[in-house]
Each structure stands twice: as C-alpha cells, then as structure tokens.
Write a protein that binds this ligand. Structure first.
Ligand code: DX5
Ligand code: ZN
Length: 225
C-alpha cells in the first residue's frame, strides 16, 4: 500500500461568497493543490455562478494554480480574458465546442494547460482523435451546474476507458473528476486512475475544511503493485 500523488482542487463554488478571502486563505494554508473555479453562463448550464471580475479578485489572494472550468457556450470569446484573470488551466466543454482542436490550440498559445470536460452522457471514445492535444480531461460525475449533487457511479468505468484510450499516446494526461467527490469515494476514484479530484461541498460544508482536505489528500491507493 502506498499514498498516491493525486491532486485536490477545492471548488470555490461552495465557498462563502460574502467572505471569499477567508476561504481562499484556508485553501492557501491547506494541503490542497489547486483552486477549482466554476464559471457558468446560465445558457450551457441552468445556473449562473460568477464571472471574471470575481475570478480576478480570487487570483489576487490565491497562492496555488487556478483550474478554471468554463461551463459556457462559445468559450473562444473569453479565453484571453480568462487567462488575464489568472487562469493556469482552462477547461472547456466538449459539448460547447464545434472546433475543439482550434480552441485547445488557442488555450495553449495563451500559455495555459488545456482541458476538456465531458458531461456524464458524453462517451470517452469521442476524444480519440484529439486525445494527444489535451492536458487534462475533466469527467463530470454529476450534471454540471450545481454543487452538492449525487456522484454518478458510471464514472469509474469512464476513468478506466479514458486511461486506456490515452495509453501510449498521451501518458501524461491528467484525469480530473468533478462532482460528488468526498471521503466516501475518493480512494476508489484514485484507485481507478483519477489524478485530480475536485471537491466542493465535501470540503466547505465540513466542520473543519482544512482537515477534510488533508483527509482527501491522504486517501490510499490500494491497487499499487
Ligand atoms: C458543478 C461544478 C463542480 C461543483 C462540484 O457543475 O462543476 O465543480 O462545484 O461540487 P460538489 O463537490 O459539491 O459536487
Ligand atoms: Zn467544476
């Protein structure tokens, strides 16, 4: 048994919007690796979170990379602004991009890591012809738009399928899981091959968020040989 090197990305969507600096400071001081920033437009998803001015404010205090999840239509229009607002990783939705190759190239030209998110109904196999051009695939384990939803169990088989799709073509690919992740399922997700675990309500709604982040970070990777 060994501790794996998975990354924890607390989702600011579940933070206290009236006292963001306190929550950002908590994440800075915790064992978390990234900040996960959910931007929603009320069109691609049935909710609106916050936009780039708030993200700029977050980036002033954040001492860890900003992992930005764009749940918006036509993301190409906002890539530059997203980078200028502090993004390190920019993830767009497969379902929102007609010219995904062009969009990913534009993200990389800005100097950011390029991610693609898949809704729960979108097959991993659709990434076959683009997999080598992606730094991170975010598998949505809930329908995007809201925090605090129930984890969709089929995500485990999508992790396995994605890892074999990337094998030999893009071995550095990061697999991120977003939605319903907590202490109850993180070990199994890491065991299945997840690299980055987004955690919103399981962190911010807990009694001691910093301790919860440490517990998530220590999840054991059991199938180590
Ligand atoms: C959902 C967002 C998630 C959300 C996860 O659309 O993409 O990042 O904050 O929240 P939890 O961890 O509460 O499911
Ligand atoms: Zn997200």
């Amino acid at each position: 048994m060994s501790t794996s090197k998975h990354l924890i990305a607390p989702s600011v969507l579940a933070a206290d919007f009236a006292d963001l600096s306190t929550d950002i400071q908590m994440v800075n001081e915790s064992e978390a690796d990234w900040f996960h920033i959910d931007i929603m437009d009320g069109v691609f998803v049935p909710n609106i979170s916050f936009g780039f001015p708030v993200m700029q404010a977050i980036s002033k205090y954040a001492k860890k990379p900003l992992d930005v999840h764009l749940m918006i239509v036509d993301p190409d229009r906002y890539l530059k602004l997203c980078k200028d607002s502090g993004a390190d990783i920019i993830t767009v939705h497969y379902e929102a991009c007609t010219h995904l190759h062009r969009t990913l190239s534009a993200i990389r030209e800005l100097g950011c890591k390029a991610g693609v998110a898949l809704n729960p109904h979108t097959s991993v196999g659709l990434l076959k012809d683009i997999i080598k051009d992606i730094d991170l695939v975010c598998l949505m384990s809930v329908n995007p738009g809201f925090g605090g939803q129930k984890f969709i169990e089929q995500t485990y088989s999508k992790i396995t399928e994605l890892r074999s799709l990337a094998a030999g073509v893009n071995d550095a690919l990061l697999i991120e899981i977003d939605g319903g992740v907590g202490e109850n399922n993180i070990a199994q997700l890491v065991d299945a091959g997840a690299d980055v675990l987004v955690a919103g309500s399981s962190v911010f709604a807990s009694k001691d968020p910093k301790a919860t982040i440490s517990a998530l970070k220590k999840a054991k990777f059991t199938s180590f040989i």
